[in-house]
Unconditional design. Sequence first.
Length: 342
Amino acid sequence: MKWNILKKEFSSEISMTKKILKKLWLYGIIIAILSYPISGFYLVGTNETGVLKRFGKIIDDRVPSGLHYRFPWPIDKVIRLSTREINRFQCGFGVDPDVEKQYQAEQGSFYNIQLGTFAIPYCITGDKNILHIKIVGQYNILNPRDFMTNFVSPDQFLVFCVQSCIIDAVGNTDVDTVLTTGRVELQRKILVNVQEEMEKYGSGISVISIEIKNIRPPSPVAYAFKDVVNAREERGTMIHDAEAYRNQIIPEAKAEASKILNEAEAFKTRRTQYAQGEAERFKLFAAEYSKAKKITEDRIYIQTMADIMSRVKKFIIDEHDQNKAADLKFFIKEFDKNKNEY
């Protein structure tokens, strides 16, 4: 009763409202019909590549950046992929040291728990040692079609592939090489193997870089490994010092040897020249002796006596006249003068 009374009372207003709603509904349909074709316009960002699908099938996997048009939904669908951006991933075997410390502070040691209550992944080296390793890498989308169609989760496949390559590379290397000098080579080997696997399975992913962020032995034996590494570094230091000493002492020894050889050559030259000079002097004496034997004999005798008794004043005494004495030096001068006269 009340509704009928109200309906009669507000019949004009109700009629007006119905007319307005019909017009709004009509306008809405017209707007929807007009805007449906406009919804086909879409924009691809600067760092993106568009993949155009028509009824679920890819018809263009290289839609460049900019404004484009497609058939409106549900005919066409566009998926935008960031092909020019560098994506980051991380994987490996083992727990980060910070996480391990936090767990040990709250729950106790990882290694005292029962088997199966906590899984600690690890990888084994070529000489049967256990290592925990963490790797951080970068990749970008190289082929949008392969990236979207060949795998349900390409990112997860990349992680599994990297872990497989880690096992292969570490399994063919001894623990000392992995922990010390072979780290860079291990990174290179893992990167090459991962990229080969990505291309082999058509993942559409290009791995740009792989870096080993952390590689360590299990905590219970970490100190022993640290001692080994320190001993190896000390050995390298000692070898380096020995090499430096050798590089210093060998040139000094060669220089000393060269100096001795030069001095020997000089001594040899002096002795040879002296001997040759003595030989020439002897020849001259021999020539003089053949000319005047007595005078030469006397001169040699007097010179020899002068050399032997150079500091003693010498006199020659005539055996017939012992009161007269002659100075040897004066006599030598007179002797040379008389010789020249001959």
